[in-house]
Design a binder for this molecule. Structure first.
Ligand code: 6GU
Length: 268
């Protein structure tokens, strides 16, 4: 996969040289290129921002450097072709669609992703219109809070996407059991010593009874998700739940009514 990131703080992306993503780059599974937006300015001060039309607080990123940077990336894209295929341009923004594991999987299947890191109050809206000629443009948020710029969001998204590229994770089975892969949070994990600070590892995990262990872990997933993320429980497909699952959910505040999962406290 090819990834291009445009930023006025390219040093922010240095963390992508490290760990699993750095290794994927060295092994050529990931061709990651970071670009300094100021390299696409022409004035002595390398200006990237200006005051907003219509007034208001803060500054807006000027369209010209963005147009030049994105045109260059589009020209070099391995994707653009006669069939109308386009690379994907992610525009990090608190006003975007929320990034989740499903989106990470979808994006991990792309050949070419570009990220446009805005700062200040954002990028002149015409840049997104212009870019949509050459890119599939997607404004994306990493959650309901505000960052000063897109760089930290790009670090999070590139890590989430990059680890899903085949070959990047040594043991792909670890992807099957992790949080969000089945719509539930992960079960708790333990390692040696068996007793630590007076606390025991749950006995069932030492039993060697694989059926019981699987049920224990599934119950923990359901309990945790019900307590911490009730919004995920109501999105589950009730038809995938067995009678043990339904019983566990009942004991954690959820009922199944006409095939729908509902919090018991919302029942009449
Ligand atoms: Cl993607 N960008 C910025 N600037 N703030 C955010 C965000 C992104 N996601 C949540 N807050």
């Amino acid at each position: 996969m090819r990834i291009d990131v445009v930023s006025i703080f390219p040093e922010y992306l240095a963390a992508l040289d490290l760990s699993l993503i750095g290794k994927a780059r060295r092994e050529k599974l990931l061709d990651l290129n970071v670009h300094d937006l100021r390299d696409y300015t022409h004035d002595r001060h390398r200006t990237v921002d200006d005051t907003p039309y219509g007034g208001g607080a803060g500054m807006v990123m000027k369209p010209e450097p963005w147009g030049a940077a994105l045109a260059r990336i589009a020209t070099e894209s391995p994707v653009s072709n006669a069939l109308g295929d386009k690379p994907i341009l992610i525009v990090p923004s608190p006003a975007g669609a929320v990034f989740d594991q499903e989106m990470a999987y979808e994006l991990a299947g792309a050949q070419h992703l570009a990220f446009a890191c805005g700062r200040y109050e954002g990028i002149d809206e015409r840049v997104l219109e212009f870019a949509s000629e050459a890119f599939d443009v997607r404004p994306v948020s990493i959650g309901d809070y505000v960052l000063n710029g897109g760089e930290v969001a790009v670090l999070a998204m590139v890590e989430a996407i990059g680890r899903l590229i085949p070959g990047v994770i040594g043991n792909p089975e670890s992807l099957v059991e992790e949080s969000h892969s089945d719509g539930l949070l992960e079960y708790p994990v333990y390692t040696k010593p068996g007793t630590w600070e007076g606390r025991e590892v749950p006995e069932v995990l030492l039993s060697g009874n694989h059926g019981k262990i699987a049920r224990f872990r599934r119950n923990k997933q359901l309990e945790r998700t019900a307590t911490r993320r009730p919004d995920l429980i109501v999105q589950l497909d009730a038809s995938t739940l067995n009678r043990h699952d339904r019983d566990t959910l009942w004991h954690n505040g959820f009922a199944i009514v006409e095939g729908r999962i509902v919090p018991k406290d919302e029942l009449g």
